[in-house]
Structures are given as structure tokens and as C-alpha cells.
Design a protein around this ligand. Structure first.
Ligand SMILES: Cc1cc2nc3c(=O)[nH]c(=O)nc-3n(C[C@H](O)[C@H](O)[C@H](O)COP(=O)(O)OP(=O)(O)OC[C@H]3O[C@@H](n4cnc5c(N)ncnc54)[C@H](O)[C@@H]3O)c2cc1C
Length: 365
């Protein structure tokens, strides 16, 4: 499937990013790897990767990619995998058309990597669930109409769908991180927020498994869009290394430079192999716990190294404020944190091998 993104609204600010999100949704971008019964294209994860790569190459906007991925893996797929028939019927059409933007709220001020430390609570009352707590660094919070919020119900981690206009909840828009600049981010403040009983997603206590499943998908596929950006990054430095003259010969004639470019190519191709491995395993309905952690760890570290190399090859021009190359370094640093920090991916990998700290405990991200 090939998209024509030529009408994608231009501009890298948050307002433009919102419009770009809606434009992608209108094109049908949110319907990949989803069956026709659920409103999808009935294609598979390989197609999803290719379309995300196309978008990355075209928009060069890590913020937009983060925002689309938070929507897909944070709400759309958890609803498909764990929602009741009624919940899927009610929410999916509007999520897939982009009428509703969503995401997931896991992280709290005192609980980042360690999901076990989440303290937001849900209490069952006659009127519904009452949610109390605070979430932060939540992608899409300023533009989302709904978020899946994880809270402890009877000390068991459980998922709830919270609407922006529910009683006593605030989705804020008061800060951003210095990365993925066009993505919106905020807090979710639940001050005894009352929601009806039909907003519990999945069973009581299924929250940890749902977080794991959402993050495995996010880790497996968020770099599809970013690999499209890295393709542009590589092409740009190749062009620059040919055109820039040093001592009357192209910069790329220096082995120290050409080797950096060779390594950038190797990293990009390796990410693409990992992405395809994740897609193939999903198509075969096999587990992706290990490969998704490996993909995320490798891809985020590779993205950072290639972004540093690209700027080094371009010299001071690469560091100009207006230069996308410079901003990609910040995006790459963030990519080592979102969906679970690199250290945590190593804990997951070693735990799956039967060793290390994560072997006993359970960590989100
Ligand atoms: C751009 C961006 C978007 C995000 N979007 C979302 C979102 O949509 N929803 C959401 O819920 N969250 C989101 N987050 C939050 C993200 O999930 C957390 O930043 C991440 O889980 C790390 O948590 P923390 O920042 O609290 O760091 P901490 O958990 O405090 O960790 C700090 C450092 O210590 C290391 N560390 C922690 N524990 C261990 C350990 N056991 N072993 C070794 N090292 C360890 C970490 O790797 C990290 O380097 C986003 C973050 C960013 C940067």
C-alpha cells in the first residue's frame, strides 16, 4: 500500500502535528494490521511497517510518529485485544477514523520504570469507579479525548478508559520534553474522578499484562516510522559527503567519514531486519517479548549513534538550530526512554534468559 502524503499539512509545531495526525487518520493510516470486522484494512504488520516507514521518510517528524504510535499501541490495540464487544463497537470506529485521539497513561511521578510502584487507585462505589492519582509524561494528553489509565483496584493493577470531560479529571498541556517537539504531552490529574462501571477494560488485575502487551507492540513497531527518518538521514549525509569539498576533494573520500556512513547504513538495515522479525512473529501469532525488547534496545541506541554521526559528518552546519539533524539527537535520546528505557530492555532480555535483576521482579518499561 502506498500513500500519497503530499497534502500532509506542513509545519513542525504542535498545532500542525495535530492536523497531520488527523490527515493521516483520514488517509486510513490507523487501520493497518486490523481486521475488517474491527474496521481495519485486514492487512498485516509487514504492511504496517512499510506504511510507517513511508510516513517517516516523508514527514521527518518523530513527534508525529510518537503521537500516532501512542494512539495505536496505547488505546486501539488494547481495546481490540481486551475490550468487550460493546466497548470495541463503541470506541473503535471513532479511534480508527481519528475523530478521537487517545493514548495511555502509565507513568507517575514516583513510578517510571517500575510498574509495581504505581499508586493511582480506583475504588468501586455505587455510582461507578473513583480514580485518584497523577500521571505524567503522557503523550497526546493535551489533544486526547480518551486515555487508558492504569490504576490499582483492590491492589490489583487494572485498566480504565477515562474521558477528557469526565468529572474531576484534567488532561493538562503545561510542559514538554526537549525532544519529539511536535508531539503533545501532559499530565493526567485524577482528583476523585468518577467514571461509569462500563469503562473498566479487561479483567480486574489484568493491567500488568495489558501494559506488557501494549509496550511490546510499541517497542516492536515504533521504530518503523523512525527508520524512515533514518533513511533520509543517511541519504542526506551521503549527498553532503559527496558535495562538501575538503582539500579539493569530496569529504566522503576520507575513510573516517565513509566508515561512519557505512556504519549508519548497517544500523539502518539491522533495524529493518528486527522490525520484519517482529512483524513475522506477530503474523505467526508468536510471542514478541524478547524480540520487541531487542528491537527497542538496538534501534534506540542505533538511532542515537547515527544521529551523532550525521551531525559530526556535517560539521557545525549539522548543529544549526534550524537543522533537523540537530533535533534528531534529542529525539534519539528520548527514544532511549519512551516505551521503557534501554536499561530496562536489558533487564527484560536477561530475565528472559533466566538471569539478572528483572528475572524476579516485573518492570514496565
Ligand atoms: C518522549 C516521551 C514520551 C513518553 N510518553 C509516555 C506515555 O505516553 N505514557 C506513559 O505512561 N509514559 C510515557 N513516557 C514516560 C516513560 O515511559 C518514562 O520516562 C520511562 O518509563 C522511564 O521512567 P522515568 O522517566 O520515571 O525514569 P526512572 O524510572 O526514574 O529511571 C531513571 C533511570 O534509571 C534507570 N533505571 C530505572 N530502574 C532501573 C533498573 N531496575 N535497572 C537499571 N536501570 C534502571 C532507567 O533506565 C533510567 O535511565 C514518555 C517519556 C518520554 C521521554
Amino acid at each position: 500500500m502506498k500513500y500519497d502524503f503530499s497534502d500532509l499539512p506542513i509545519g513542525g509545531d504542535k498545532k500542525a502535528s495535530h492536523l497531520r495526525f488527523l490527515h493521516c487518520a483520514k488517509l486510513g493510516f490507523l487501520r493497518h494490521a486490523i481486521s475488517t470486522e474491527e474496521g481495519g484494512h485486514d492487512d498485516n504488520f509487514l504492511t504496517l511497517i512499510r506504511t510507517h516507514q513511508q510516513l517517516g521518510q516523508y514527514c521527518l517528524d518523530s513527534g508525529l510518529i510518537l503521537s500516532l504510535n501512542a494512539h495505536l499501541w496505547g488505546t486501539v490495540f488494547p481495546l481490540i485485544n481486551y475490550g468487550s464487544d460493546e466497548q470495541r463497537r463503541r470506541w473503535l470506529p471513532r479511534l480508527l477514523s481519528g475523530e478521537i485521539i487517545a493514548g495511555h497513561a502509565i507513568t507517575e511521578p514516583l513510578a517510571g520504570s517500575d510498574v509495581k510502584a504505581l499508586t493511582t487507585t480506583a475504588t468501586l462505589t455505587e455510582k461507578g469507579f473513583v480514580l485518584k492519582g497523577c500521571k505524567r509524561f503522557i503523550t497526546n494528553a493535551p489533544i486526547a479525548k480518551i486515555l487508558i489509565v492504569y490504576a490499582q483496584l483492590e491492589h490489583k493493577l487494572t485498566a480504565f478508559l477515562v474521558k477528557r470531560n469526565d468529572e474531576k479529571v484534567l488532561f493538562t498541556d503545561d510542559y514538554s520534553v526537549a525532544a519529539c517537539a511536535s508531539a503533545t504531552m501532559g499530565e493526567v490529574i485524577l482528583d476523585n474522578c468518577l467514571i461509569p462501571l462500563d469503562r473498566q477494560i479487561g479483567k480486574i488485575g489484568a493491567g500488568a499484562l495489558m501494559i506488557q502487551s501494549a509496550l511490546e507492540l510499541e517497542r516492536a513497531f515504533i521504530f518503523a516510522g523512525i527508520s524512515g527518518i533514518m533513511e533520509w538521514q543517511l541519504k542526506t549525509v551521503i549527498k553532503y559527503s559527496r558535495e562538501r569539498q575538503i582539500k579539493a576533494q569530496p569529504l566522503g573520500q576520507n575513510q573516517a567519514v565513509s566508515h561512519k556512513i557505512a556504519e549508519m547504513k548497517l544500523r539502518l538495515d539491522t533495524i529493518n531486519l528486527w522490525l520484519r522479525e517482529c512483524a513475522n512473529l506477530k503474523i505467526q501469532k508468536k510471542r514478541i517479548s524478547l524480540v520487541s525488547a531487542e528491537t527497542k534496545l538496538y534501534a534506540s541506541e542505533a538511532f542515537l549513534q547515527s544521529s551523532l554521526d550525521a551531525v559530526q559528518i556535517m560539521g557545525a552546519i549539522g548543529l544549526l538550530e534550524s537543522q533537523k539533524m540537530n533535533r534528531l539527537i534529542h529525539d534519539a535520546v528520548a527514544s532511549r526512554l519512551f516505551s521503557g528505557a534501554s536499561e530496562i530492555q536489558k533487564n527484560i532480555i536477561s530475565a528472559l534468559l533466566g538471569t539478572g535483576e528483572g528475572y524476579k521482579g516485573q518492570q514496565k518499561q
